[in-house]
Design a protein around this ligand. Sequence first.
Ligand code: F0G
Length: 462
Amino acid sequence: MNKRVAEPYKIKSVETLKMLSYEERERALILGGYNTFLLRSEDVYIDLLTDSGTSAMSDLQWAALMRGDEAYAGSKSWFSLESAVREVYGYRFVIPTHQGRGAENLLSQLKIHQGDFVPGNMYFTTTRAHQELNGATFVDVIIDEAHDPTHEHPFKGNVDLSKLESLIQRVGPDKIPYVSLAVTVNLAGGQPVSMKNMRDTYELCHSHGISVMFDATRCVENAYFIKERESGYADKPVKDILQEMMSYSDGCTMSGKKDCLVNIGGFLAMNDEDLYTRARELVVLYEGMPSYGGMAGRDMEAMAQGIYEAVDDNYIRHRIQQVRYLGQQLIDAGVPIVRPIGGHAVFLDARQFLPHLRQDEFPAQALAAALYLDSGVRAMERGIVSAGRNKVTGEHNRPKLELVRLTIPRRVYTDNHMDVVADSVISLYEKRDTVSGLEMVYEPPTLRFFNARFAPVPSSGK
Ligand code: F0G
């Protein structure tokens, strides 16, 4: 018998969920300009907007908060965090930041010169924004399969080495300050990179004197996929797999709000001492002293504890299985989702879900809004709105993937909640032709998806 796996924790403190009526949700959606980012969380029933900063902390993390040393300089909690990062990830030097984009800002400023090119395995919004702010052009070198939501490639986050090689030939290695490698790839659907691909990318880059910087935001999830899918790793602890992964990079940016199991925090890590020295100088300008970087002592203490908990094999196995549990129900009901099911989220394929909408009618945005209206479940658009505009032509970037992300917070919801979410999505799918498209009525100049406002285009539905 194939025994089921339960949540590897028991619940000590609970938060009551509230379900608004249809009319109340409709009002909330109009007030929020049909943008799920602009809803109030108390108006949401099950919140799958993001897995960022939404984790439930453990009893040991809550206890760690009390050990927080709030000294302005040389805090004990900083040394706890620094040694956790060194031990678990294996880097020599660590710079704390308030969250991932703080680290992206420092890295981009320190490494990029005007006119540079930064290759990466699909863009991420804030990461690319910082690269562009500093004068670089982002070049997508992910394998083609990553842009096909139905392709079952086990490592859809992989770099296409021939794309990378031809960029190096075309612009020259001096114009490439580093390769930005996300493990896993959020916008491809939470897809992992194989160990072999990391090693090959690292070797190719180093043969040209180019460094590799990981976006380590969901690196533990990536390590678990390697354990499941790559030969030779099935019997290795996730912690060892992670160490090997990180050895194929020269440093990383980290959003602690995901795989470090905390609500706020991040870091920049590296092995190069010169880069570290310069980062120590710059962090003071943007984040704070190199011994707190925008975090309170208690945040650093909780993050140190979370870093160890995240590499517990029981924790990460259930984490990945819970996401898969939701995704599988949708697949069984014929709902189009990105395959294979990723690490942190199930991504609905809005183009297939709403084939009657054109990309200019923001199908993923419309689907996220409709799901909230129908069931109080909050998801996030990851399509043309998130992709922004081309910085030269001003045209919409038109990603092939038009997705709605049902993102699962870590250790927060039970499998029963996943059942309710599955029912909600399936019932919406059954009446999908009633969903109409949207027009953007307010567009902010940067990272527009956060604050953009929309209104329905009634004629666009069937
Ligand atoms: N890199 C990746 C792959 C991310 O998913 C995020 C954040 C960041 C960097 C930036 O980190 O938020 O701590 O500044 N992703 C969140 C999300 C916002 O919902 O996917 P941050």
